[in-house]
Design a protein. Structure first.
Length: 640
């Protein structure tokens, strides 16, 4: 494998504040608006730290004002131009401020492609269609939309329209799915996003009252700098924010939950230990893109880092919860430890589920030794310690820190980021967040929400590449997933591993249960057979008598074997080996069909190849979402 020309570093999952607002801010109100913008951005930075980004179109007025305040506060900036730079600057009045913003060193720059319906420069709807596309991009890729807006009740003239791409129209897109779908039109950024069932924004909007030029004459400037949370596009259903420290609560439960989950993941990433960082570097190296290795791309590096670190975070909680030895044959366990030591990655751990599975028969053994054999009270104490310790650990550690939810959510997010990464490498600027099915939006709402940020860098990479990197997609994604699901000649895939694990555990459970039943049957025969022998000196009578002397011990042993069988069966059901084997087999077949189809598509037929990759990505997103929701019903928890 080619050595990377850069050393991968972890990066936080982005939190993006999109900006829309008036170009002609009232001069008497500008200072009040600027002070409120600064206060809100400072509050958001204190909450999100270096994961915070401000995204604007760098238009005159509101965009440039917010951008410069973000720069002053050392918040990361993103500039998204609705047209190519040379054409767009012709529409800018304040070129000095624009140039200062555009040549900002800490800036992610995007120039959006032209929608087909825009026509040619000079057509009546040319600029409107580009501004409309920019508005749709801001709406669908930002986590929080900041509107420097006068508001409908303060606009002069009751019949003022909503120009396409204007502030009121952008807010309309944010709250109205039908308007958003209409705005997507024939944009390459939203290819295939034409279902009114799959798209739902309706996220709260943060408004700073920003009067237009001349508003002072109408008495509106006295409201300048007021802060509201808008709950519909009309602007009449609002919640006023008096103090900035109450902002997050005012956003509502759904948004607050999503932001909390993003912050939790970022905190986990920031506190990776040395062995987890080693595993992160290994995961980055496995995301092969050889055709891009000669000229490292910052967008590609960020997408790889986000996917790999989320994968490591999921592995960290998987290791705690169900372990990394799940379904591994005993003879292979020493090799796993040796490989981990050689790589410097975390050593395999059996997981809490395995520990719980062992505690059950151990606790049964303890109580049986005390109750049936009348041994020391130490065994009763051991029973109580095991049972109450298990439940206490579950309540105070596992449940409190959401181990299971975090493992499953991070795994689903990592797989969605994998799809997003290779869509970008296929030169597709579409977003994974726009391709989650509506039935998954509730269960996976925060994940769909979190994916909006990475989609911006994916679009930047796709637009920069212009043409798909076929070999990178086929080797790094399709072949990799075939090996993962179906395996190779030397190493079985997940489908075979899960099927073998299910059969192995089934044999163990039946073996333990069957042995216990044989012991019970023998004890019954002995109990009934002793009465048939008058001659108490015969060898058979001696054997029966000896077994009878061990009656209580054998009975305890049979009960413990039954407990082991039950524990193994429950553990197998929670791990869902057979269900996973079936799903993994299907996904392996889907990726294999994709490999065959991709091989038949000429490199010049870009649209057909990209449509295939989009369909494949949606299948992967759907499969992973079903995996997560299936696990939601199989909670890892202690049993009495």
């Amino acid at each position: 494998m080619t050595e990377p020309l850069y050393k991968p570093t972890t990066v936080p999952l982005p939190v993006v504040i999109g900006v829309t607002g008036h170009c002609n801010i009232d001069s008497d109100s500008a200072d009040a608006v600027r002070c409120k913008v600064a206060a809100l951005l400072a509050c958001l930075k204190a909450r999100f730290g270096d994961s915070l980004y401000v995204m604007t179109g760098l238009a005159d007025g509101a965009d440039q004002l917010v951008h410069l305040e973000a720069k002053r506060l050392e918040i990361h900036r993103i500039a998204v131009l609705p047209l190519n730079h040379d054409r767009y600057v012709q529409e800018i009045a304040d070129r000095t401020s624009f140039d200062e913003c555009w040549h900002d060193e800490d800036l992610l720059r995007l120039e959006l492609p032209s929608p087909e319906s825009a026509g040619s420069d000079g057509d009546a709807h040319y600029l409107d269609r580009h501004y409309e596309q920019l508005g749709a991009f801001l709406v669908s890729r930002s986590h929080l939309l900041l509107a420097l807006w006068e508001g409908p009740e303060r606009q002069a003239g009751a019949n003022r329209g909503r120009p396409k791409g204007g502030t009121a129209d952008v807010l309309h897109m944010r709250f109205d799915v039908h308007r958003a779908i209409e705005a997507y039109g024939d944009s390459h950024l939203f290819a295939g996003c034409d279902s009114r069932l799959d798209v739902a924004h309706a996220d709260p909007v943060l408004q700073i009252v920003t009067p237009r030029e001349g508003s002072a004459e109408r008495g509106f400037s006295t409201y300048a700098g007021e802060c509201h949370i808008l709950h519909d596009w009309t602007g009449f259903n609002t919640t006023r924010i008096i103090a900035t420290d109450g902002l997050m609560k005012a956003l509502g439960d759904k948004a607050t939950h999503a932001f909390t989950q993003i912050c939790n993941l970022n905190n986990c990433i920031r506190h990776f230990k040395s062995d987890q960082k080693k595993l992160f570097e290994k995961h980055v190296a496995n995301r092969e893109t050889p055709s891009l290795s000669d000229s490292p791309n910052k967008h590609l590096a960020l997408l790889k880092s986000l996917q790999a670190e989320t994968d490591v975070a999921a592995a960290m909680y998987q290791r705690r919860l169900i372990g990394q030895l799940s379904g591994v044959p005993l003879k292979e366990i020493p090799d796993r430890f040796e490989a981990a030591q050689n790589d410097g990655t975390p050593l395999p751990w059996p997981g809490v589920l395995t520990v719980f599975g062992l505690i059950i028969p151990m606790s049964v053994l303890s109580i049986e030794l005390w109750f049936h054999l009348h041994l020391s009270l130490m065994f009763l104490a051991l029973y109580l310690i095991l049972i109450f310790g298990m439940f206490g650990f579950y309540e105070r550690v596992m449940k409190k820190n959401s181990w299971q939810d975090r493992f499953q959510d991070y795994r689903a997010l990592a797989e969605a980021l994998r799809v997003q990464l290779y869509w970008a490498v296929a030169a597709m600027p579409i977003a994974a967040s726009d391709n989650y099915l509506q039935k998954q939006a509730g269960e996976l709402g925060w994940i769909q929400f979190a994916l909006r940020g990475p989609a911006i860098w994916a679009a930047a990479l796709a637009l920069e590449l212009k043409t798909p990197r076929h070999e990178d997609v086929q080797r790094g994604w399709i072949e990799n997933q075939i090996e993962f699901f179906s395996g190779t000649e030397k190493k079985p895939g997940k489908a075979k591993q899960n099927e073998d694990a299910a059969n192995r555990n089934k044999n163990i459970a039946f073996g333990c249960f069957g042995t216990g039943m044989v012991i019970i049957a023998v004890l019954f025969v002995v109990e009934e057979g002793r009465a048939l022998f008058d001659d108490r000196s015969g060898c058979l009578w001696v054997v029966l008598h000896f077994i009878d002397e061990l009656h209580e011990y054998l009975e305890v042993f049979a009960i413990v074997l039954s407990a082991i069988a039950a524990s193994v069966t429950v553990s197998t059901n929670i791990r869902a080996y057979r269900a996973h084997a079936h799903n993994y087999t299907q996904m392996g077949e889907i990726f294999a069909r994709a490999r065959g189809s991709a091989a038949l598509i000429p490199h010049a037929d870009v649209s057909t190849f990209q449509k295939l990759m989009r369909d494949l990505g949606r299948e992967a997103l759907s499969e992973n979402a079903e995996w997560l929701m299936d696990h939601r019903d199989r909670e890892v928890e202690p049993s009495p």
